[in-house]
Design a protein around this ligand. Structure first.
Ligand SMILES: [Fe+2]
Ligand SMILES: [Fe+2]
Length: 363
């Protein structure tokens, strides 16, 4: 298939050429990565004195920019066009790249704004480095899409994508989790392809090892911000933490199951892969979250499976359309809500892990 015939190839929209991948990145569904905005003044009032020593160590490492030269192509990069990708894999590979790009760029946009609006020296410096990293990550993925002739128009996306407002504490919970999950996903995929290089169907995966270290330190920074204000991790806030854990884990499970060909080509069993990522994320987040979801409870996986089946039924009903399917869809949505409540009400595990090594990735 010629890249120009691909469903994601450019199409004129009015007098502006807006391609399908930009539209895909622009989507705001329950499952697609979002752009966030927050109360920047409140964020600017954060005081990190409680964790000063760790903060300074982390910032010194970010300042030294260990991945400065990493996001450049070298002889490890095998040139690839969409024609080289098996036909059944194309849509899901593009979907994976666009969704990763949107998530990376979402961080870039938010962190840049935090840096721009902040007056607090610590906050400004941190977000300078984090937006620098995310811009590199997003740019690197976009170059991979450009090879397929379907690069996303990031400037256009910044102006037109809807922004979701979250209070700073919710930004902390959500972004901390997404950084740690990002770390866990990248390292798990990297290690998998290290064991099965014959399955590595795109060169970008070779970059994931050092890449994940950036995400790891971004997560560390949010952990320090939360620990600098201990009430964020206590009392009623524990209920919010559990909510975000359930929402983020369930979203990832459903989103990954929507890419069966991608995982089949990689030789990854989606459930095993997701459970591994949850396990790593649980261990990472035990450094500051007071609780973790109990992955060993068999009801955890069965509830996720049920949520996934319901989400697939909603997609089918939406595609079919008509009044009958609309009614069915509402039924499925109610069932999703009920199952999410079930997931939420499963007993969580108290985090009893004492001080863990906070700066060194264990994987
Ligand atoms: Fe990133
Ligand atoms: Fe990040």
């Amino acid at each position: 298939m010629n890249a120009h015939n691909h469903p994601a190839a450019g199409k004129p929209v009015g007098d502006r050429k807006l391609n399908e991948t930009t539209k895909l990145a622009q989507q705001n569904t329950l499952l697609s990565p979002r752009f966030y905005t927050t109360d920047f003044d409140e964020l600017d009032r954060m005081d990190v004195s409680l964790v000063r020593e760790e903060w300074d160590t982390l910032l010194a490492s970010m300042r030294s920019d260990p991945n400065k030269g990493h996001f450049k192509r070298n002889e490890e990069w095998d040139d690839i066009t969409l024609d080289d990708v098996p036909i059944e894999l194309r849509t899901e590979l593009v979907d994976f790249l666009v969704s990763s790009l949107t998530a990376e760029f979402s961080g870039c946009v938010l962190y840049k704004e935090m840096k721009r609006r902040g007056n607090n020296k610590d906050i400004k410096e941190l977000f300078t480095y984090m937006s620098r990293d995310e811009a590199r990550h997003a740019g690197f993925i976009n170059d991979a899409l450009r090879d397929f002739d379907i690069g996303v128009n990031l400037g256009f996306l910044t102006k037109t994508k809807k922004y979701t407002y979250f209070k700073p504490k919710f930004i902390f919970y959500a972004t901390y989790l997404s950084e740690k999950i990002g770390y866990a996903r990248y390292i798990t995929i990297f290690r998998h392809f290290e064991r099965h290089p014959e399955k590595r169907f795109h060169p970008i995966f070779k970059w994931f090892e050092q890449w994940c270290n950036d995400e790891f330190s971004h997560g560390e920074a949010f952990s320090l911000l939360m620990r600098s204000e201990p009430k964020l991790l206590q009392g009623r806030n524990k209920l919010w933490i559990k909510f975000f854990l359930c929402a983020v884990y369930a979203t990832m499970f459903i989103r990954d199951h929507a890419r069966p060909e991608f995982h089949k080509a990689a030789g990854l069993n989606i459930e095993d892969y997701d459970m591994k990522v949850f396990e790593i994320t649980n261990q990472c987040t035990s450094q500051c979250f007071p609780l973790m979801l109990d992955l060993e409870n068999p009801a955890f996986l069965t509830t996720l499976r049920r949520l996934n089946r319901l989400s697939q039924r909603i997609d089918v009903a939406t595609e079919k359309g008509g009044l009958f399917n609309k009614v069915k869809k509402t039924g499925f949505q109610i069932a999703i809500a009920a199952n999410f409540i079930r997931l939420y009400s499963l007993p969580s595990k108290k985090n009893t892990i004492p001080e863990v090594s906070r700066m060194v990735p264990a994987w």
